[in-house]
Ligand binder design. Structure first.
Ligand code: AMP
Length: 424
């Protein structure tokens, strides 16, 4: 017996409806923001991630699914979506867009070799949005409003928008020095990863999952105290715009985010529902400069976010999910009836109805059980007498009425009575 690899899951038909509802809602929101879909490969050259995401991040350092293909090229299953998106933007020269800004979204599987637990998988799905080409607090705020719209549209309650600023390049240099001074006295007590991060990228120490409770974390310098006047002004504008729109948020000075490419605004949408435990971040993102240049393009600042679909599904209000029913179940009695049935189901499906039929000559009783299980609105019985009279017998499972309907009137009949079912 084969088992699925650890950290993956089969999305079975009974939960697929919920996924589809979520995906549809997300697509509708993107349409309202005029954000277009982009689909990039699931695997890319490894170097793209080491350069784009950053060598010192956990994602690149520890979590990538990397292998050599038959020609010895190093390939990685994408651990996130932004870098592949940036590569595609450059490769397809989309940055030459005369409107000055590109707004895209992606939705699909990502792969990270992490320790699986509730809300954390090795293959998981992200919905992400990227807005590129122009740096402005307005764009950052548009992105955050969109993220908030997503959770609201899904009926998710008890969430908080956390925001912070990592500042510009100069702010980060000053902050990096302050962090090194701060952690130098406690470095020996920190994990081996943090010791390496101390040299390569001290900001990542704040993101450590091992040392997160160490007292030096709490007392660490805060980014806001090291912002240059320009970066400070940028962040103040972001907060003022959020205030204007009456979007609730908290400034979370410990928020640094796991990827290297962020600067200025970073944000996370965090669930306050205790059942999420350590996996309470539904989504997050931020502003980035330099990423597009890093993958070979022109200077093109951007802002984006990604939500984990599994976590959105865990938090989503179930009442949004439409019941999954069949319109008509066709029940032929005998070979001749099966042929007529096949013609009828083909015609009904071509007219947009959701239809299924029995080909197994099962008893009427078992077929009616199927009608129940599939919550069919109509059961259509075709027996010998019906064939002779050129009619079918249609039973409405809601009103319990039953009618003999001439073959040429089937469509009219269903159309008329289907309305009745929906209005009940
Ligand atoms: P990140 O790309 O790390 O900022 O993650 C963005 C969002 O993706 C997180 O807030 C989670 O909702 C989701 N996510 C990240 N890693 C995982 C994972 N291993 N399993 C499930 N969801 C994840």
């Amino acid at each position: 017996m084969y088992k699925r690899p650890k950290g993956t899951m089969d999305i079975l038909p009974e939960t697929v409806t919920k996924w589809q509802t979520l995906e549809q809602l997300l697509r509708t929101i993107c349409s309202a923001y005029d954000v277009k879909e982009m689909r990039t490969p699931i695997f890319e050259h490894t170097e793209l991630f080491t350069r784009g995401v950053g060598n010192t991040t956990d994602i690149v350092g520890k979590e990538m699914y990397t292998f050599n293909d038959k020609k010895g090229r190093s390939i990685t299953l994408r651990p996130e979506g932004t870098v592949g998106f940036a590569r595609s933007l450059v490769e397809n020269k989309l940055y030459t867009n005369p409107d000055g800004i590109n707004k895209f979204y992606y939705m699909g599987p990502m792969f990270r070799y992490e320790r699986p637990q509730s809300g954390r998988f090795r293959q998981f799905h992200q919905f992400g949005v990227e807005m590129l080409g122009f740096a402005s607090p307005y764009i950052d705020v548009e992105c955050m409003v969109m993220a908030v719209t997503v959770v609201e549209a899904l009926g998710i309650k008890d969430v908080t928008l956390h925001i912070n600023s990592l500042g510009d390049f100069d702010s980060r240099i000053a902050y990096r020095e302050a962090l090194k001074n701060h952690f130098s006295s406690s470095l020996e007590e920190l994990c081996s990863d943090c010791k390496a991060r101390f040299e390569s990228n001290p900001l990542r120490i704040l993101d450590c999952k091992v040392d997160c409770d160490h007292p030096a974390m709490e007392s660490a310098p805060k980014t806001v105290d090291y912002l240059t006047p320009e970066a400070k002004e940028y962040f103040e504008s972001v907060c003022a715009l959020l205030d204007m729109l009456e979007i609730a948020y908290v400034v979370d000075q410990n928020l640094v985010r796991g990827l290297d490419y962020y600067n200025h605004t970073v944000f996370e949408v965090i669930s306050d529902d205790p059942s999420f435990g350590a996996q309470a971040t539904l989504g997050g993102g931020g502003h980035y400069n330099g990423l597009v240049e890093e993958v070979g393009g022109p200077c093109s600042p951007g802002v984006g976010f990604a939500f984990g679909l599994e976590r959105l599904l865990m938090a989503m209000d179930e009442s949004q999910v439409e019941e999954d029913h069949l319109d008509i179940y066709v029940m032929p009695m005998g070979e001749e009836a099966k042929q007529l049935g096949l013609q009828i189901v083909t015609m009904l499906r071509a007219n947009g109805y959701r239809v299924d039929m029995d080909y197994q000559n099962r008893s009427l009783k078992s077929q009616f059980k199927t009608v129940e299980r599939k919550q069919a609105h109509f059961a259509m019985i075709i027996g010998e007498q019906e064939i002779e009279d050129e009619v079918v017998n249609i039973k409405c499972t809601h009103s319990k009425t039953q009618d003999r309907v001439p073959l040429e009137s089937i469509l009219d009949y269903i159309e008329k009575h289907e309305k009745g079912v929906h209005h009940e």
